[in-house]
Ligand binder design. Structure first.
Ligand code: PLP
Length: 392
């Protein structure tokens, strides 16, 4: 095992070793987190709508836990498929105006399992260079050819579509909102290309579900493209404040996945109490439009204040706001200074982002007040000046 120490030393030399650190709940103060021995403003959580500690969700989970027990005991295809699942899936399909829905244990398993089910040897997957790692892993598992196109570069995608015209099945897959940049995919163009080339289109709404649309349906729905997306994926781990994921699509697709998606077949069903909690979270996601409004206006203000100060915040307009600083070490020092100043803002380094684009990734929540975000933004600018990320 000596090789491990050597590889770890290489990570450390490149300011790129990761550590697990405790983050604890701050009672009665949902926008904050304990880290080390301090309370920090939490600008590093994906609990966008502030639902993670919602009392109605907690009550549902507690009640279901008492009647249903802790674990589901088996895969859904064996004896783990409690009626709670079917009810949730019906509600999801209605919400998304799709024929059917299927719940997975998490987004990673949904993406990796579904892509593997849809394509295989002799097929091709066209995937944005900045797509989430779970999509990349699904492509690798599938053994289909991986045609990676430059980020949001539709000309490059077209070139690759032409090159692979003769492949058996073609799948175009993209994040709707990119997780480390907060910018959006060019969904209208992707739909046009999928139609032109006879490809399937899969969209991952992990960072847009709950956030866009009158009832939080997501970006595809907001743009009126939901009927043109063959495989709609979303998660319960971000704006729903819980854990789990879903696929929406045709009845045929869902029937096929029940037969072919290995994470569904070979893994134990989510705890029933959690499935009950997700149903309550869905009701709140649909009804509490004020959370979206609050989140989106806070995001715009926060982003423009950092951008006006001179930071490179990329081109997005979502609750994900990066400050791109370049070198790993610089991002780490920035993150440490933020922590000393009372803010949790995590350094994101390669391979999560391309080399030379290390960054601080802020993610906002409906829990934050405008005053908290104003103060945070002033503090971030002060640190940016001290570290030379901003010039005075
Ligand atoms: C977080 C994320 C996932 C994985 O979802 P989990 O439920 O956390 O496993 C998938 N895709 C994207 C774009 C994500 O950001």
């Amino acid at each position: 095992m000596n090789w491990m120490e050597k590889e770890l030393a290489l990570f450390a030399d490149a300011s790129n070793e990761r550590y697990l650190r405790d983050s604890a709940v701050v009672p009665d103060n949902p926008g904050y987190t304990w880290r080390g021995n301090r309370v920090l403003l939490n600008l590093a959580s994906n609990d966008y709508l502030g639902l993670a500690r919602h009392p109605a969700i907690i009550d549902t989970i507690r009640e279901a836990l008492l009647t249903e027990g802790g674990g589901s005991g088996a895969s859904r295809l064996v004896t783990g498929n409690r009626p709670l699942y079917g009810r949730l899936e019906e509600a999801l399909a209605t919400w998304q105006h799709s024929e059917a829905a299927l719940v997975f244990a998490n987004g990673y398993m949904a993406n990796s399992g579904v892509i593997r089910a849809l394509v295989g040897r002799g097929d091709v997957v066209f995937s944005d260079q900045l797509n989430h790692a779970s999509i990349v892993d699904g492509i690798v598992l599938s053994r289909a050819e991986h045609a990676r196109y430059r980020h949001n570069d539709m000309e490059h995608l077209k070139l690759l579509l032409n090159k692979h015209r003769d492949k058996r099945r073609k799948l175009i897959v993209t994040d709707a909102v990119f997780s480390m940049d907060g910018d959006q995919a060019h969904l209208e163009e992707l739909v046009a290309l999928k139609q032109e080339y006879g490809a399937m289109l899969m969209v991952d709404e992990a960072h847009s579900g709950g956030i866009y649309g009158k009832r939080g349906e997501g970006l595809c729905f907001k743009l009126g493209l939901h009927h043109d997306v063959d495989v709609h994926m979303g998660t319960f781990s971000k704006s729903f404040g819980l854990y789990g994921a879903y696929i929406c699509g045709s009845r045929t697709l869902i029937r096929f996945l029940v037969n072919q998606a290995r994470p569904l077949i070979y893994s134990t069903a989510l705890p029933p109490s959690l499935v009950a909690g997700i149903s309550t979270a869905l009701t709140l996601v649909k009804a509490d439009h004020w959370r979206r409004e609050r989140l989106n206006s806070a995001s715009q203000l926060f982003r423009s204040s950092l951008s006006d100060a001179g930071f490179n915040v990329g081109t997005g307009d979502s609750p994900i706001v990066p400050i791109i600083v370049g070198e790993n070490e610089r991002a780490l020092r920035f993150s440490e200074a933020l922590e000393a100043g009372g803010i949790a803002g995590i350094a994101i380094r390669p391979p999560t982002v391309p080399d030379g684009t290390a960054r601080i990734r802020f993610s906002l929540s409906a829990d934050h007040t405008p005053k908290e975000l104003n103060d945070a933004s002033a503090q971030i600018c002060k640190i940016g000046l001290q570290l030379g990320v901003l010039s005075s």
